[in-house]
Design a protein around this ligand. Structure first.
Ligand SMILES: [Zn+2]
Length: 423
């Protein structure tokens, strides 16, 4: 009897917890595809299409995202009451492109896409971007009637398998691994690469301690040819996602330009985060916050470390703590506090890891041998040697060849994001 009462009580609590979700949403996905266009100083958004997808892998409790991470924000309002019912921060390949030289010479469009749980009633979607001062401005709005017969329902049907399963997607971080550049006879190779991804992720603190909060699934979509594009070596391969090195003319920067293709493949599984395993041995990859990540599954020595580093970008927008290596201009303006948790320009350090610092630690902190694992404020990070500061001399978001640990600031931020996603 007592057990029954307890069960009833628990199910009432569960009902209340999801009440907001059930009031406004159905447990499947509405996807909004658009084109993100412009040049180094202008930005426009053009509507493409709406798509219904079968799963919703996200939290049903944390519908509004108050992390304030990302260069872009999706906001969804109930049309009738004007209440904010869903939001998510994210970044895009377009944002990065705006900081490269090509954006000063031409206009360009990138196919992009945002997702939300499928609304029951009409909603107003807003897309916002940060301006040069780091403040969000509305760039686009669109009213969606969920009953419109123009919402596309046909969808790909690739095979999905579990790599690591720990429970209901609503309360877990759901990672979907996509196959890129594997031919039909390389299924076993892909499965083995998926297992290596999980093994690598769960061998680093704090992922190790949170293993039971993750689901990892693989999507098997064989490509016509094996490998990926390497323009600088005149190597071109027919693959499903058209992944390529030399993105923005940086040899090791391997990316997929058409994010909508990526979403198509990912939609076969419930997911929060998309990571693409590309079937190549060449060092390189990339990842963008709440967008997607990709890297070489076949890299002999460091495929696992690269996954873990890139996943930090994808999962919570951790910044690169290293100096040099990319062709960006003014990626972190020195008069603005970056939104990334693991860098500071000291413009607003109070909002960063100041409260984690020993009060005796000098700011900035000298990079000496004795300080190797001392939390401090070390100059150099975010690709530049001056004016941007990092928390540790060397963390997994810095030089992966010479470390095996995340700094305490990254560890804390990762843990906070796991907790946010699992509510
Ligand atoms: Zn770090």
């Amino acid at each position: 009897m007592q057990k029954l009462v307890l069960l009833l009580f628990l199910s009432v609590v569960a009902l209340n917890v999801n009440a907001q979700f059930d009031k406004y949403f159905q447990p499947k996905t509405l996807r909004f595809d658009y084109y993100h266009c412009g040049n180094h100083q202008s930005e426009s958004i053009f509507f493409d299409e709406l798509i219904e997808e079968p799963h919703w892998g996200g939290s049903k409790v944390n519908l509004v995202d108050d992390n304030n991470y990302g260069s872009n924000y999706l906001k969804v309002y109930d049309l009738e009451s004007n209440k904010l019912i869903f939001s998510r921060g994210y970044c895009t390949l377009f944002d990065e492109w705006q900081t490269v030289d090509e954006a000063r010479q031409t206009n360009r469009c990138f196919p992009e896409s945002v997702i939300m749980p499928f609304p029951r009633k009409s909603v107003r979607l807003e897309l916002l971007s940060r301006n040069k001062k780091g403040v969000f401005e509305k760039k686009f709005e669109y009213t969606i009637n969920p009953e419109s017969y123009f919402i596309k329902k046909e969808r790909p049907n690739w095979q999905v398998f579990d790599v690591a399963y720990s429970g209901d997607p609503a309360h877990k971080v759901d990672v979907v691994l996509l196959s890129e550049g594997y031919t039909a006879d390389q299924y076993e190779q892909f499965k083995s690469d998926c297992a290596k991804f999980a093994e690598a992720l769960f061998s680093y603190t704090p992922y190790k301690e949170n293993r039971s909060k993750f689901n990892i699934r693989g999507v098997w979509a064989p490509s016509q040819e094996s490998g990926v594009d390497i323009p600088g070596e005149n190597q071109w391969r027919k693959t499903n996602l058209d992944a390529s090195y030399y993105t923005f003319n940086s040899e090791r920067y391997q990316m997929v330009t058409d994010f909508q293709k990526v979403r198509d493949m990912a939609s076969c599984a419930p997911y929060d985060y998309i990571y693409i395993l590309s079937n190549t041995q060449k060092y390189g990859g990339g990842a963008i916050y709440n967008f997607y990540g990709i890297s070489a599954a076949g890299h002999k020595a460091e495929a696992g470390k690269i996954y873990v580093h890139e996943f930090g970008h994808l999962f919570l927008g951790l910044a690169d703590e290293y100096v040099g290596g990319v062709e960006y201009n003014d990626f972190y303006p020195l008069n603005v506090e970056p939104w990334e948790p693991n860098l500071t320009t000291l413009v607003d350090f109070d909002k960063k890891w100041k409260n984690q610092l020993d009060p005796q630690t000098p700011v900035p902190t000298p990079a000496t041998k004795e300080n190797a694992e001392v939390l401090g404020v070390y100059e150099g990070g975010g690709y530049v040697a001056k004016g941007v500061y990092r928390p540790w001399m060397n963390c997994m978001m810095n030089n992966i060849h010479t470390t095996d640990k995340f700094c305490p600031v990254c560890v804390k931020a990762i843990q906070n994001m796991i907790d946010f996603q699992c509510k």
